[in-house]
Design a binder for this molecule. Structure first.
Ligand SMILES: N[C@@H](CCC(=O)N[C@@H](CS)C(=O)NCC(=O)O)C(=O)O
Length: 200
């Protein structure tokens, strides 16, 4: 399998962590597709999106969208990153949803902030900042149940908070959120998280 990623992409970090935690790295070649955007980028050879992550499977199918790729990799590895017990599974998916919407919100705001003056929307920036604050609070309320072993949901939490540290340090997501902070610091000691963290 070939996994296309780029730089500090939080979306690409998700399956990169999953591949490591699921023990799949001996079956995956990681390809850095940076810089993104140009119409001659390698990712356009495989589909219309031109985004990372992308996964070229051993059957020749090209999968896009981080959520789909993570689910696929987890299935390849026998499903070890999603609990089988129904309540725990629902909780992991609940966390994955909150962390995914946080990632989308942080990403949108980061792009909005970097637009030219006159093209920026203060309304969008404020709306997304408020959404992210609510998501951080929700994750703090859930963090006591995250545990020491990552799953698909908590992997998305790590990728989103790592992106917040890079693009939105002013959010100070740790402030007043001790459970989330302590859990995140523990997660960052795992090689899968350390090897894929944003560099800035
Ligand atoms: N919904 C997509 C989002 C992927 C995405 O937006 N990736 C960014 C990098 S973080 C990208 O490839 N941007 C290149 C572009 O927009 O041309 C997913 O979950 O995979």
């Amino acid at each position: 399998m070939k996994l296309f990623h780029a730089g500090n992409s939080p979306y690409a970090r998700r399956p990169r962590i999953v591949a490591r935690e699921a023990g799949l790295m001996d079956r995956i070649e990681e390809i850095d597709a940076a810089p993104l955007g140009g119409s001659d980028n390698v990712v356009f050879k495989h589909g219309p999106g031109g985004k990372v992550p992308g996964l070229l499977t051993d059957n020749g199918a090209y999968l896009c969208e981080s959520l789909i790729i993570c689910r696929y990799l987890n299935d390849m590895a026998g499903g070890s990153l999603l609990p089988t017990e129904p309540k725990a599974r629902d909780e992991a998916l609940h966390v994955d949803g909150i962390a995914s919407l946080l990632m989308d919100s942080l990403f949108v705001r980061s792009h909005e902030i970097r637009r030219e003056e006159g093209e920026k929307s203060p309304g969008v920036i404020a709306t997304e900042a408020a959404r992210a604050a609510r998501a951080y609070d929700e994750l703090e309320s859930l963090a006591g149940g995250f545990g020491d072993e990552p799953n698909l949901g908590t992997i998305t939490v790590v990728a989103s908070l790592g992106y917040a540290d890079w693009r939105h340090p002013g959010d100070e997501w740790r402030k007043g959120r001790p459970l989330l902070t302590g859990w995140f610091e523990k997660m960052m000691q795992r090689p899968a998280m350390e090897e894929t963290k944003p560099i800035f």
